[in-house]
Design a protein around this ligand. Structure first.
Ligand code: FDP
Length: 318
């Protein structure tokens, strides 16, 4: 059989850059997202130095940290502060927030290395950032923007500032320089969902969630896909449609994920792309309406296609 003719490569000279795309945003917000993009792009060159081993310390959640977690957090915090745009940084890896510059416009939340258990296996991991103009605690609806960076076989950056969800890919020019070019604009979750992933111990799930998961296979015909990095698992839902959860369990009623560092920014992107999120509470609220007194609070998380979240809520009521 003849092999199909290879399709022509993209003419990258015609693709908008991230910086040109950001021109529709307020200039200070555009500068912060652009700076984050550059910082996260440059960081990757340093990763090989920190691939091996644990730092020997534990973070405020009692989790052993990898050397890369510690380095990524320090580097990101230092670099973001240097932009002069950040007033306060709340990070999953900081014992206390950094209060820096009272007159700077933004408060940011950081998961500086999401999916650290994937470091040793060279599976994807990433960074999640939430950007607020007001101090925390805040509802996710008050986000000025949310961004994630995914270090996968190709490097992508996805942002929304309330005007659609847009994805950029790191492109190398012939002279070795790199920049983010537009890959997908105004992303919407496909109507027909394809994949799902649910974290934690299935034996500790609520039995109604187990039965819902069975329905995802049997009735909805979804494929199970769980890679152990929230950014990467979320990216699958965003592109293929589906369902993701890190649920409340009998052992951990509040789940594992951190409301501000992980749940809110990606729930914001999910809802901006036409999906839904739920915090698992009986009141039935979106993650974007959850508010916790502490920036370090955890929350159960369920997100994905609207119809699947509605079916989940109904299954959990019975
Ligand atoms: P990690 O602990 O490896 O940083 O909340 C962090 C997170 O990864 C998520 O990125 C990931 O989805 C989840 O935890 C993985 O947890 P499990 O090891 O329990 O699957």
């Amino acid at each position: 059989m003849l092999s199909p003719k290879p399709s022509a490569p993209l003419d990258v000279s015609k693709l908008p850059t991230l910086d040109s795309h950001l021109k529709s945003l307020p200039p200070d917000l555009a500068r912060l997202i652009s700076s984050f993009a550059q910082i996260s792009m440059d960081m990757q060159t340093q990763f090989p130095k920190y691939l091996r081993g644990a730092s020997g310390d534990r973070n405020k959640y009692g989790e052993a940290t990898a050397k890369l977690d510690v380095w990524a957090n320090g580097h990101l915090c230092d670099s973001l502060i240097k932009t002069g745009l950040v007033r306060t940084i709340h990070s999953e890896e900081l014992g206390q927030p950094i209060y820096y510059n009272d007159s700077a416009p933004f408060v940011v939340t950081l998961d500086p290395l999401d999916g650290s258990s994937n470091i040793v296996t060279n599976n994807p991991f990433g960074i999640i950032m939430g950007i607020y103009r007001d101090d925390l605690p805040q509802k996710g609806r008050k986000l000025a923007a949310a961004v994630y960076k995914l270090y996968g076989p190709v490097n992508t950056l996805v942002y929304s500032a309330g005007l659609g969800v847009h994805e950029f890919v790191k492109h190398y020019h012939a002279d070795g320089s790199a920049e983010f070019l537009l890959l997908n604009e105004n992303i919407e979750l496909p109507k027909k969902a394809e994949v799902f992933g649910i974290g934690s111990d299935p034996l500790a799930w609520d039995s109604r969630l187990r039965s819902f998961a069975k329905d995802l296979f049997k009735k909805e015909k979804l494929k199970a896909r769980y890679c152990g990095s929230f950014v990467a698992d979320f990216s699958q839902v965003l592109h293929k449609g589906g369902f993701f959860a890190y649920p409340s369990t009998s052992k951990n009623p509040d789940g594992k994920f951190r409301l501000y560092y992980e749940c809110i920014p990606l729930a914001y992107l999910c809802e901006e792309a036409g999906g839904a999120s739920w915090d698992g509470r009986a009141s039935g609220g979106s993650i974007l309406d959850s508010k916790a007194d502490s920036a370090d609070a955890r929350s159960p998380l369920y997100l994905g296609n609207k119809d699947l979240i509605a079916k989940l809520k109904s299954a959990m009521r019975n």
